[in-house]
Write a protein that binds this ligand. Structure first.
Ligand SMILES: Cc1cc2nc3c(=O)[nH]c(=O)nc-3n(C[C@H](O)[C@H](O)[C@H](O)COP(=O)(O)OP(=O)(O)OC[C@H]3O[C@@H](n4cnc5c(N)ncnc54)[C@H](O)[C@@H]3O)c2cc1C
Length: 446
């Protein structure tokens, strides 16, 4: 039995014996792989998803549960608008309560400079049809009862939402199964395999499955999976910690970020709280390898980013190596990335929370957890086919904001897998952007 310090995950009744052959094999049972499976199954495509642990055992159950357009990279906005529609349709579709509520999202502007950035984003997002506006300090104080700090105002997107990470993705997985997808948990993919210059299937710990198309949606493991195919995905891992409170009547329904902390109302009446400004990066061989590529992203985040040299350096150098499909791999040795939360960071979050919102002084942190975020140098994902590997589709690198956009990203992956035209342009998310000479650009609005 897998024990996780992370939040309790809604169980999924997966499939038994693995099939010998399918049209599409998916690696990874997070929001991205599961959404792709759901869309493929709806199209009647014979699909099997392989998850080394349990559905949503990594990032997809550990995130804050924000479903946001607010401050999002403009290249992702068409997908995010589509994602809101898919979330709403799923919530209304008798699949169970995902916790999806259009509660609005608020980003308080701490400084005049932050306020200007927020104003610029509102202007830039308007042509996409995003309804957003600035709240003045008085209105912010009304929207967040008891706020004991003053801000320059706040970016407010009323159509944004929250959802319940521990329920949403498992419910989507159950819906995919009901539509005919096969979901195999505790079934690691050791390697994606090729034959005759194209993808031929996956080697799992329980045997081989042939498939003309393989979708790699392995979150923080995608770089390693693709390395086995001779591909270099510039992806790093960042640790992010969170805690939840016991149920409390604080009167705050919108998700809200106050730079030193951020909170979201949970279905159980408590709040998920975390730092919107702090994270921890391990110094590993990959971090050194991609130092230059990630430098602009690091400089943009450096005030909140701590660097740590520890056991992960040796671990990555020795254990995070591709193996052939016949031998046990690290994928079955590590069923779920379940890192220790950064307690010093959470102590600072707790003190910022209770200082700004005294109503939380009696509120207890009943559980803390952490997740490993998969990040890309330009902070947008890869959602892409690869000319060099016919049959391979990659959906990864969501850089800390893949939960909300997940349903639409999964739909785009399903369309790329079956050759349908996606609902919006996938070009910004192509894998080849790291090598085709176009300069990577990083948008920083929040
Ligand atoms: C603390 C935290 C807060 C966040 N807050 C938000 C938020 O509020 N809103 C938001 O939109 N996003 C948020 N995110 C980011 C979001 O959770 C992720 O972007 C999203 O969940 C990524 O989904 P995924 O499916 O790509 O990866 P994951 O959910 O990590 O899933 C990948 C899965 O692949 C499996 N896997 C990997 N390799 C193999 C293999 N070889 N064989 C079989 N299975 C394999 C793993 O076990 C894992 O379950 C947050 C993340 C964290 C950690």
């Amino acid at each position: 039995m897998l024990t996780l310090s992370g939040p309790e995950i809604h169980p999924v009744q997966g499939a038994g014996e693995i099939p010998r052959s399918v049209d599409v094999a998916i690696v990874g049972g997070g929001v991205i792989g599961v959404s792709a499976a759901l869309h493929l199954a709806r199209q009647g495509v014979r699909t099997a998803l392989f998850e080394k642990g349990v559905v949503a055992g990594e990032q997809s159950s550990r995130n804050w549960g924000w479903v946001r357009m607010a401050g999002r990279d403009l290249r992702e906005l068409p997908l995010m608008l589509r994602a809101h529609k898919l979330w709403a349709d799923f919530q209304n579709g008798n699949h169970g309560d995902t916790g999806y509520r259009r509660c609005g999202i608020v980003y308080a502007s701490k400084t005049p400079d932050a306020r200007r950035r927020h104003e610029r984003w509102i202007e830039a997002a308007a042509p996409f049809g995003v309804e957003a506006r600035m709240m003045e300090p008085g209105e912010l104080a009304q929207a967040v009862p008891g706020l004991a700090r003053t801000f320059e105002g706040a970016l407010f997107v009323p159509g944004d939402a929250r959802a319940e990470p521990q329920r949403a993705v498992p419910l989507m997985a159950s819906a995919a199964i009901a539509q005919g997808a096969m979901i195999h948990q505790n079934c690691a993919v050791r390697a994606v395999e090729t034959a005759g210059g194209r993808i031929s299937g996956v080697a799992t710990e329980h045997g081989r499955v042939s498939a003309g198309t393989v979708i790699v949606a392995g979150g923080a493991w995608s770089r390693l999976l693709l390395k086995g195919l001779g591909l270099s995905l510039p992806q790093l891992k960042i640790l992010s910690s969170a805690f939840r409170t016991a149920p409390i009547e604080a009167g705050i329904e919108s998700c809200a970020s106050f730079s030193s902390f951020a909170l979201r109302r949970r279905l159980d009446g408590g709040y998920t709280v975390a730092s919107s400004a702090e994270s921890l990066a391990q110094i590993t061989p990959d971090a050194l390898r991609f130092f230059r590529t990630f430098l602009p992203a690091y400089l943009a985040e450096r005030r909140g980013m701590s660097l740590r040299l520890g056991r992960d350096f040796i671990d990555e150098a020795l254990r995070w190596q591709p193996r052939d499909g016949d031998r046990p791999s690290i994928f079955e040795a590590v069923r779920a990335l379940d890192p220790q939360p950064h307690q010093a960071n959470l102590a600072r979050v707790r003190s910022a929370l209770t200082e700004a919102l005294p109503a939380f002084r009696g509120g207890v942190a009943v559980q803390s957890w952490a997740g490993m975020i998969d990040t890309m140098p330009d902070a947008i994902p890869v959602i892409s086919t690869l000319d060099s590997h016919p049959g391979l589709v990659v959906g990864t690198g969501f850089t800390g904001h893949g939960f909300g956009i997940g349903p639409a990203a999964g739909e785009m992956l399903a369309d790329l897998a079956t050759g349908r035209t996606p609902a919006s342009d996938p070009r910004p998310f192509r894998f080849s952007r790291f090598t085709d000479g176009e300069k990577l650009s990083l948008q920083y609005w929040l």
